[in-house]
Design a protein around this ligand. Structure first.
Ligand SMILES: [Zn+2]
Ligand SMILES: [Zn+2]
Length: 140
């Protein structure tokens, strides 16, 4: 069980998880209740605030949507920073690809213009094209 779960205490009778009647539940309204307190109210009702509510058992395996609540904060922040790095890297890869694409289109367009106006011999154009392609690779 996640170490953060050691802190769980029933919000009604304040029995800690290791001492109270399990399984403890977490309600939609954000309250925690032991089985004793839960059984003293009509279901579905929260023992703490008496609102009608759904509750999920706090026992292994935890429902996936409950896991973040009992994960150490350090782990959550680390995961978040990994996610940020992943997406920023994805953006970089895409930007690089599109920049390269645009530059290649511009070069091709430039060459077509030169050819159609008969401004330079073909051999010089090829040389220019290769040179420009090398420049693009060096830029990244
Ligand atoms: Zn209780
Ligand atoms: Zn409640």
């Amino acid at each position: 069980m996640a170490s953060e779960m050691n802190w769980i205490t029933c919000n009604k009778c304040f029995a800690p998880l290791y001492r109270g009647k399990r399984p403890y539940v977490i309600t939609q309204c954000g309250h925690i209740s032991c089985q004793n307190c839960l059984q003293q109210v009509e279901q579905p009702q929260c023992p703490q605030c008496q609102r009608g509510t759904m509750s999920l058992a706090l026992e292994e395996p935890l429902k996936p949507r409950l896991i973040p609540y009992f994960q150490p904060l350090g782990e959550i922040l680390e995961m978040q920073s990994k996610v940020n790095m992943f997406w920023s890297n994805q953006m970089k890869i895409l930007m690089h690809h599109f920049t390269e694409l645009v530059q290649k289109i511009l070069i091709a367009w430039f060459l077509v213009v030169l050819i159609s106006y008969n401004l330079v011999p073909i051999s010089l154009l090829l040389y220019l094209y290769i040179l420009l392609n090398f420049c693009i690779d060096d830029m990244f």
